[in-house]
Structures are given as structure tokens and as C-alpha cells.
Design a protein around this ligand. Structure first.
Ligand code: PMP
Length: 351
């Protein structure tokens, strides 16, 4: 075997739930597939593509559509192969071996994964007992750090940090501040409009959640022209394929459809929250609490996470299991009914 670094040989592959489940509520995707008229429109667009040509390196049409939808400027936007690629790029290229990255816990696991691969030191600031970000502790940890990253609203807790608190952080630190707003379509406390005000701010967005394009892999970084120039220089030239660019540009222009889906998902998530809160009341010895959600999923704190997760899987329902809880994504009405009746059946015998 070749001599390979331990940071690589010690890696565990990302292990999403595989297999066939009647109900998938584990990956925080949108439960809306694209309507067939829109799929037909996309098929026409794809038919027009010159498949023998490299795609537009900057995905200009797509970043224009993104900028128009979100009310920002395309010259502040970098497109990438999912926001995952941007996380990797930012941690790899904007930080160096031995740099210090501040993260919080709980948060999206990939931040620490990419940091470990790049031999970047992570400083983990624990959240409060209510799983909120402790902004004062974060500010203190950022004093001698090179960057801080967190998701807002948060995956997996579903909680949001209000915009004025993010601004307080921005006003207090000089390191790079990366705010991962993958779920901000479900809340309205974005700081995307502040990227030209704060020279150290980078906001990440994705088409994988509210936009309903997880299959397509399209993510965006929004930052001032200087940071955007660096990101565009550091990325691989043709990081977004032509098919994905065409699809994302087409869908991002469907503003009324996107608005309708977003509103529906928020409503459905609130229904899920209310139903789960009711279960928490009825089974307090099993379910400790459910957190008020700003996302398209709920997080239930329970010491029985593994047992409930396994029973749900047996019933054909995939959710995400953590050491201290379950993260369950909003599904459509039918999926939610199936989930809730399965939960009842699982909780009754334990309770
Ligand atoms: N950030 C957060 C907080 C996420 O939850 C996810 C997806 N699970 C991502 C980034 C990655 O999204 P993408 O599909 O754009 O790579």
C-alpha cells in the first residue's frame, strides 16, 4: 500500500441512510418534486445544450437568476457543486494547516470533517442548555481564530440565531465569519444583504432544501467582490456542470412556484412541530422536548433516540438519529400521517 496520511486513512465515509424506505424524512429535502410542466421545460433546455462544450465557468445565467430571486448582485455570488463544495473550498483555501476555525456544537458535521482533512484546528464552542448559540462565548473564542462557521438556522437543532445577534458577532470579531444559511428560506433573518457592509462575511445558500433541487447539486457563496474574486479563483474552473446550471437557472426563475412550496413546507413543518409537541406532553418520560423550528425539520430531544429510530426504520420510515435526539424532516400530509401513527405505536409500549 502507498504511504498515505493518517488524516485520509482514518476517514469514515459519509454514511447517509441507504436502502428503500416508503417515507424519507432523514435528509431535510423538500417533499415537492418539480411539476411535470417544469420538468418538460427543463428537458427542452437540456436538449439545446452543446454537450461537447465545457460549461460556463462562472455559471452566469444561474447566478443572475439566484441574484434576482434573492435581491442581491451576481457579482457577489459564486456558484458551486452544492454548498458542500463551498465548505470544502473555504476551509481548504481560506484557511491553512494549523489555522484555527471556531465551530459550535451541535452543528453540521461537515465543518469539522473538512477542517480535519485540511489539518485546520477546530475550537468547538458548546451551545447553551437550550441548544442556542452562546454569542458571547463565540466572540471570545474568535479573538485568536482565523474563521468562525455555523449554520443559521441550525442543522440539526432547527433553532435560529436572530439577525441582530449575528450582527453583534460581526461587529465584535475580525476573523472570517461564514454563515451557512442552507435553511434560511424557511426563516427571514438572513444577513445576505450585509456582505458588502462587513468585509469578513460570507453567506452560504443552497438549492437542495427549499428550492427542491437536491439532485442537482447547486450551492452559492455570497460575499463582497474581493472575497468573491478569491473564491472564484480558488475553485476548479468548471465546477458546475452545464446540465445543473440550466436546471437551477430555470427553477430559480419560477418565483411564484418557489414561494408556494416554501410557504407550504413552513406550514407543514409547523403542523409536524405541533403534533410532536403533543406527543412530548403525552410521553414526557420518553420525549424530553421538541425545539421551536425555523427550518423544514424538527429536533426531538430523547434518550430513546436509537430505539425509536430503529423502530421507525422497521416501519419503513427514515429519520436521522443523533446521540441525544431525532431529527425529522417535514413530509407531505400522507407521509406525516404515517410518521405520527408509527410514532404512536412505538411510544405506547415504551411509555
Ligand atoms: N449546510 C447545511 C447546514 C446542511 O444541512 C447541508 C445539507 N445537509 C449543507 C450545507 C450541504 O448542502 P448542499 O446540498 O448544498 O451541499
Amino acid at each position: 500500500m502507498p504511504n498515505l496520511p493518517e488524516k485520509l486513512t482514518g476517514l469514515q465515509a459519509y454514511d447517509p441512510i441507504t436502502g428503500s424506505y416508503a417515507v424519507r424524512l432523514d435528509a431535510n429535502e423538500s417533499y415537492f418534486d418539480l411539476p411535470s410542466v417544469l420538468k418538460a421545460k427543463i428537458a427542452d433546455r437540456i436538449e439545446e445544450l452543446d454537450f461537447n462544450r465545457y460549461p460556463d465557468p462562472l455559471a452566469n445565467e444561474t447566478i443572475q437568476a439566484f441574484a434576482a430571486y434573492y435581491g442581491t448582485h451576481a457579482n457577489l455570488v459564486t456558484a458551486a457543486n452544492g454548498s458542500d463544495e463551498l465548505l470544502s473550498l473555504l476551509i481548504n483555501c481560506f484557511l491553512a494547516k494549523g489555522s484555527k476555525l471556531v465551530t459550535v456544537s451541535h452543528d453540521f458535521s461537515m465543518y469539522r470533517f473538512y477542517a480535519a482533512l485540511s489539518e485546520v484546528e477546530t475550537v468547538v464552542v458548546p451551545k447553551t442548555a437550550q441548544l442556542q448559540i452562546d454569542v458571547n462565548a463565540l466572540i471570545a473564542a474568535c479573538r485568536d481564530a482565523d474563521a468562525v462557521i455555523f449554520s443559521n438556522p441550525c442543522n440539526p437543532t432547527s433553532l435560529g440565531l436572530p439577525r441582530n445577534e449575528v450582527i453583534r458577532l460581526l461587529e465584535s470579531v475580525s476573523c472570517l465569519v461564514i454563515v451557512d444559511e442552507a435553511y434560511m428560506d424557511f426563516w427571514d433573518e438572513s444577513v445576505m444583504d450585509l456582505v458588502t457592509k462587513y468585509e469578513n462575511l460570507i453567506v452560504l445558500r443552497t438549492c437542495s432544501k427549499a428550492i427542491g433541487l437536491a439532485a442537482v447539486r447547486m450551492g452559492f457563496a455570497v460575499a463582497n467582490p474581493y472575497l468573491t474574486g478569491l473564491l472564484r479563483a480558488a475553485k476548479s474552473p468548471y465546477n458546475c456542470d452545464g446540465v445543473s446550471q440550466a436546471i437551477a437557472a430555470t427553477v430559480l426563475r419560477e418565483t411564484s412556484l418557489l414561494e408556494q412550496c416554501r410557504t407550504e413546507i413552513i406550514m407543514q413543518t409547523q403542523r409536524l412541530y405541533t403534533a410532536v409537541a403533543e406527543l412530548v406532553k403525552r410521553y414526557p418520560s420518553i420525549l424530553e422536548c421538541v425545539y421551536p423550528t425555523r427550518t423544514n425539520f424538527v429536533f426531538i430531544k430523547t434518550a430513546y433516540a436509537r430505539e425509536i429510530f430503529e423502530s421507525l426504520a422497521k416501519a419503513g420510515i427514515a429519520v436521522r438519529c443523533f446521540a441525544d435526539g431525532l431529527r425529522i424532516c417535514a413530509g407531505n400530509r400522507r407521509e406525516q400521517t404515517l410518521l405520527l401513527s408509527a410514532l404512536e405505536q412505538i411510544l405506547q409500549p415504551i411509555g
